[in-house]
Write a protein that binds this ligand. Structure first.
Ligand SMILES: Cc1cc2nc3c(=O)[nH]c(=O)nc-3n(C[C@H](O)[C@H](O)[C@H](O)COP(=O)(O)OP(=O)(O)OC[C@H]3O[C@@H](n4cnc5c(N)ncnc54)[C@H](O)[C@@H]3O)c2cc1C
Length: 434
């Protein structure tokens, strides 16, 4: 891509990761964002009705998400996450009220599955080892076709992890992708599975510090800049056509297109991208979370799936939430609060004020068919690269995937890897992006 300016279009996490990595190398960077704010699908805002800041959706990181942690290091926000000191996953059965905590041991040898105190109640070690079958799964296999849904462990561990990680039900989710996710987290032991959450909010951790870093490095950031079209020459992009202005590219300039899949497909001729999406529903309940209560609780057998304790809200996530997207907000509020009340031992009435956020196109559907549609980062035009959670990172559509794709695009744009990225490459997903 040469040594000219890199025009990064889209200021979600992929665009921010690419822009910060490039700015770090001293490269001229201009970041364009259609919205008046950065962060895309991962941001915080003030909700006037609730009277507090909320995240668009709860986002959980794990300590094994190396690219995401490299990114936070780079923008000076590593200390902005919090979580339990060890890999602990508390669960509650919404029907029976039974509680248990899954506690993987620190090292990669998973002796925790032999400890009744650390595994799911009423399960045995061989139930866990059955997951090794995922490693040999064919690219067309779904999770439910490889793991036995009748086993007790399935609804109590594998299914909740798959739905949370892939935002796709086990009946549709790719077994191969689930295996890759497990291999990089549970497979590397508890040290790679410590849950991490933003102490204040998503924007305070992932977005604002990145913008500050970019400005400090002299990068230009243009909000309200919606790219309408690209002009293509024989082997390179020659112009960027924004709603407000057209920009002619220099022969050494490059473009990183970090917009969502559907927008990229509209802008780039012949680009094939995942075209089925999966929704996520979040409910933010304004209440004082009980002091000393867990950072989050997984719910089995309820309507809620995960409940997160934030500073001013208790917040529910339901992934692969097709069954709820058409439900009216008051109905969802009452339904989900029932599980919060059980999970956090709170009164069932009155139901606190709540904001229901439905992200209909939260991520692409991680089915075997859709995965075949993930594009590579390089395009047919030598100065145009793609970044975003939908490109073929080998990971599900996550913060980690988006940031890896941004780092990889920055590496390709400079024909070398950004400094902090070298650690990430070692963890494996990057190679799949090429
Ligand atoms: C509710 C919810 C919960 C989630 N939970 C988790 C979780 O727990 N853990 C996890 O790891 N991941 C989670 N994710 C996924 C994660 O948020 C995404 O994978 C990631 O944020 C995607 O980043 P991106 O940069 O690829 O895309 P986006 O965030 O979509 O960024 C694209 C940017 O491009 C801009 N844009 C669009 N069109 C144009 C244009 N024409 N010109 C200029 N700019 C344009 C958009 O405004 C946007 O800012 C969740 C997502 C949602 C929605």
């Amino acid at each position: 891509m040469g040594t000219g300016c890199v025009h990064v279009v889209g200021a979600g996490l992929a665009g921010l990761a690419a822009a910060t990595a490039l700015a770090e190398t001293g490269r001229c960077v201009i970041l364009y964002e259609a919205a008046p704010h950065a962060g895309g699908r991962c941001r915080s805002y003030f909700d006037a009705e609730l009277g507090c800041r909320i995240d668009n959706g709860n986002h959980l990181l794990l300590s094994g998400n190396r690219a995401a942690l490299d990114y936070l290091d780079r923008i000076g926000a590593h200390g902005s996450l919090e979580g339990p000191l060890e890999a602990v996953f508390p669960f509650v059965d919404a029907v029976t009220g039974e509680r248990w905590t899954v506690r993987p041991n620190k090292g990669a040898l998973p002796w925790w599955v032999w400890s009744a105190k650390r595994r799911v109640p009423h399960t045995r070690a061989p139930d866990y080892l059955a997951a090794l079958a995922l490693r040999r799964a064919s690219p067309s296999a779904t999770i439910a076709a490889v793991l036995d849904p009748r086993q007790r462990l399935f609804p109590r561990l594998w299914e909740p992890l798959a739905v949370a990680g892939l935002n796709t039900g086990a009946e549709q989710g790719s077994a191969k992708l689930f295996w890759r996710m497990l291999a990089q987290t549970l497979g590397r032991g508890g040290a790679a599975c410590r849950p991490l959450l933003p102490r204040v909010g998503l924007s305070e951790s992932f977005v604002e510090p990145a913008l500050a870093r970019l400005r400090a490095k002299g990068a230009e950031i243009r909000f309200g800049a919606r790219l309408r079209a690209l002009t293509f020459g024989r082997d390179r992009v020659s112009d960027l056509d924004f709603e407000t202005a057209s920009i002619a590219l220099d022969s050494a300039d490059g473009v990183i297109l970090a917009v969502p899949a559907a927008i990229a497909a509209r802008l780039v001729p012949g680009l094939i991208v995942p075209d089925r999406h999966s929704p996520i529903v979040n409910a933010h309940f304004r209440c004082a979370p009980p002091a000393g209560s867990p950072f989050f609780v997984g719910v089995i057998g309820g309507a809620a799936e995960w409940i997160f304790r934030k500073r001013e809200v208790l917040s529910v996530t339901v992934s692969a939430a097709d069954r709820f997207v058409e439900c009216a907000a008051p109905e969802l509020r009452d339904l989900l609060w029932r599980d919060v009340a059980v999970g956090y031992r709170l009164p069932a009435h009155p139901v606190p004020p709540a904001r229901i956020v439905k992200e209909r196109r939260a991520t692409f559907l991680a089915s075997p068919e859709q995965l075949k549609r993930r594009p590579r980062q390089k395009t047919a035009w030598r100065n145009l690269l793609l970044a975003g959670d939908y490109v073929d990172t080998g990971l599900p559509a996550t913060i980690e995937g988006a940031i890896r794709s941004g780092f990889a695009a920055a590496g390709l744009a400079t024909d070398c890897q950004p400094r902090a990225f070298s650690k990430t490459v070692a963890s494996g997903g990057w190679a799949a992006a090429h």
